[in-house]
Design a protein around this ligand. Structure first.
Ligand code: UD1
Length: 423
């Protein structure tokens, strides 16, 4: 398994390109299953999760061709051969559950293995199943698979209020309801930019949807959907991650294509910590103002709140801040696995349930550490960039699920970072 070796050294400067959003692409790709006509995505990120989704779609009989070094995905589902998403692929990636809604809506039947994914809490899929039931489907859990069946004549519109906000369940519901008979009203729906991106794509395919970006979304089902070409929205999590690099190390970095509207709550926290963020024609220009970063408290929440997917990276910043900060994780239990690893680097962190209290130290010290999930991996790299000496981040396979060319992108800013190939 590969490792990443980081040597802490001075400020970072320059421009860094930000890829298309992994999480948007992972829901846009299954949308191809809704139509016989081609769906083409541009600005796709080149990540192992995207390759896993490609394999999953191909296993169902979809054609998926990666072009322009993987930045363009040309897909067609005119001749699907299976409605069963096998355990061997699904276990690698939780987002595989997103084929459920499209298959069920188009074919009236789907079998999807229960997913795996990052080890950050129990992460059930009950809401995905309940919202399909609200559209008339019968769900049966057998042999580790969800067996879903639409009523005779297909899914029908319904009303569903999510008891908690779920990005994935909202996406599944949007895709399924687009081909259901009649009107569906989703309440307490997720408002993430990736949801808005999916709706924009579905609309190009002919779907009739209103209210995306608000908690109530109304979908008027149509008989069939057509093809489309769609550009994947900017990855706000990659954006926020790289904004933290100059915040932690000093320097001035422009994250190309970044917009404050993608990360309003995060940018407000950076401002309070003493980091300047300026929106320019090119993207977001980030620089640390004079002196040490100030401690700020953070609570993770659904969009437009502070994203859980930036909590680990924000903790890395708080490790060297002046004062004490409290980070509260409200989306996923057990999402502080990076804390003991940061502690190995000299950070002072105490975790109690869903809270982590971080008392800033002057400087972290390099150490061998273990990456436990995708965002934890990158938080350790950020910490290593600012630490004294060498940090070896082991087990980085999670990193490749969500960040393309991380070593090249950070090296171009002046960071000393290299991949050490494993056996
Ligand atoms: C998506 C993102 C992930 C991000 C998360 C929250 C993708 C591929 N992944 O994950 O990076 O961290 O949103 O912003 O887009 N829940 C249930 N039952 C369900 C579904 C979810 O209880 O059926 C719970 C989860 O355990 C969690 C909360 O709802 O506590 C939110 O999860 P959800 O928004 O569904 O996350 P994902 O869509 O899996």
């Amino acid at each position: 398994m590969d490792s990443i070796l980081v040597t802490g050294n001075g400020p970072l400067n320059g421009d860094i390109p930000i890829a298309g959003a992994k999480n948007a692409c992972l829901t846009l790709m299954p949308a191809t299953l809704l139509s016989e006509e081609p769906l083409t995505l541009t600005n796709a990120p080149r990540l192992s999760d995207i390759r896993t989704m490609t394999l999953l779609l191909q296993s169902l009989g979809a054609e998926v061709t990666a072009m322009h070094e993987g930045k363009v995905l040309a897909m067609s589902s005119h001749a699907l051969t299976s409605q069963r998403a096998e355990y061997d692929i699904v276990r690698k990636m939780r987002a595989s559950i997103l084929v459920l809604g499209p298959l069920l809506a188009r074919f009236g039947y789907a079998e999807v293995s229960l997913p795996g994914g990052c080890a950050i809490g129990a992460r059930p899929v009950d809401l995905h199943l309940k919202v399909m039931e609200a559209l008339g489907a019968e769900m049966d859990l057998r042999d580790g698979y969800v067996h879903a069946k639409a009523p005779t004549g297909g899914l029908r519109g319904g009303a569903f209020e999510f008891p908690i906000v779920s990005v994935g369940a909202t996406e599944n519901a949007l895709m399924a309801a687009s081909l259901a008979k009649g009107t569906t009203v989703l309440k307490n729906a997720a408002r993430e930019p990736e949801i808005v991106d999916l709706v924009e794509c579905l609309r190009k395919m002919g779907a009739q949807i209103e209210g995306e970006g608000t908690p109530t979304i109304t979908i008027q089902g149509v008989d069939r959907l057509g093809g489309a070409t769609h550009r994947v929205v900017t990855d706000r999590i990659e954006l926020g991650t790289y904004m933290l690099a100059p915040a932690i190390c000093g320097g001035e970095v422009t994250c190309l294509g970044g917009r404050i509207s993608l990360l309003q709550a995060f940018c407000e926290k950076l401002d309070a910590a003493g980091i300047s963020v300026e929106e320019t024609d090119k993207g977001l220009k980030v620089a640390r103002k004079n002196g040490r970063v100030k401690a700020v408290d953070v609570v993770t929440e659904p969009f437009p709140g502070f994203p859980t997917d930036l909590q680990a990276q924000m903790m890395a910043l708080m490790c060297t801040a002046e004062g004490t900060s409290v980070l509260e994780e409200k989306i996923f239990e057990n999402r502080f696995m990076h804390a003991p690893e940061l502690t190995r680097m000299g950070a002072r962190i105490e975790v109690h349930g869903g809270h982590a209290t971080v008392t800033g130290v002057e400087r972290l010290k390099g150490a061998p550490v273990m990456a436990t999930d995708l965002r934890a991996s990158v938080s350790l790299i950020l910490a290593g960039l600012a630490a004294e000496g060498e940090t070896m981040v082991n087990r980085v396979y999670h990193l490749d699920r969500g960040y393309e060319n991380v070593e090249e992108k950070l090296s171009a800013l002046g960071a000393r970072i290299e991949r050490v190939k494993g056996q």
